[in-house]
Ligand binder design. Structure first.
Ligand code: FES
Length: 151
């Protein structure tokens, strides 16, 4: 006997059957409070707090004024300005998410996709992007060559 035939043999409508299941507290009708929000990936919302060792090959470019590094595992681009200070911004353009780069000569961040430019504090200099880039804090220990990037 098929499932639908069995249900019909009980003489119950589908609505009556659902009410029966729900009164029994079956999980199909229970609250989904424990389920993760569908739009949140694991780890989403975690705060950035990383220490970069400028003696390592991955970050040694940051020993030089005017250079920058796009972090692989963090949503951050870090630049060392021509004056030797560090700036860390969100690496994805607020227009459509393209990874930006730093232009030391103009002290600005540029998006290669459609030409948006951002100031060294993340403000929009020109669009099409309209929203600023998030800025992260930096703390450099010159004796250890460790740069902390955090929020
Ligand atoms: S994605 Fe950056 S300007 Fe369009």
């Amino acid at each position: 006997m098929k499932r639908s035939e069995f249900i019909r043999s009980l003489g119950l409508s589908s609505g009556a059957l659902m009410a029966f299941y729900c009164m029994g507290g079956l999980t199909a009708c229970s609250s989904e409070k424990g389920d993760p929000a569908p739009d949140k990936a694991p780890g989403a919302g975690a705060k950035v707090d990383v220490s970069l060792d400028l003696n390592s090959a991955d970050y040694s470019k940051l020993k030089t004024n005017g250079e920058f590094v796009v972090l692989k595992d963090q949503p951050v681009i870090v630049a060392r300005k021509n004056d030797g200070t560090f700036v860390a911004l969100a690496k994805e353009c607020t227009h459509q998410g393209t990874t930006i780069s730093y232009q030391a000569a103009n002290d600005r961040f540029n998006c290669p996709a459609h030409g948006s430019n951002f100031s060294a504090t993340g403000g929009v200099l020109n669009g099409p992007a309209t929203a600023p880039l998030k800025q992260f804090k930096t703390e450099f220990n010159s004796s250890t060559n460790i740069l902390r990037v955090y929020e």
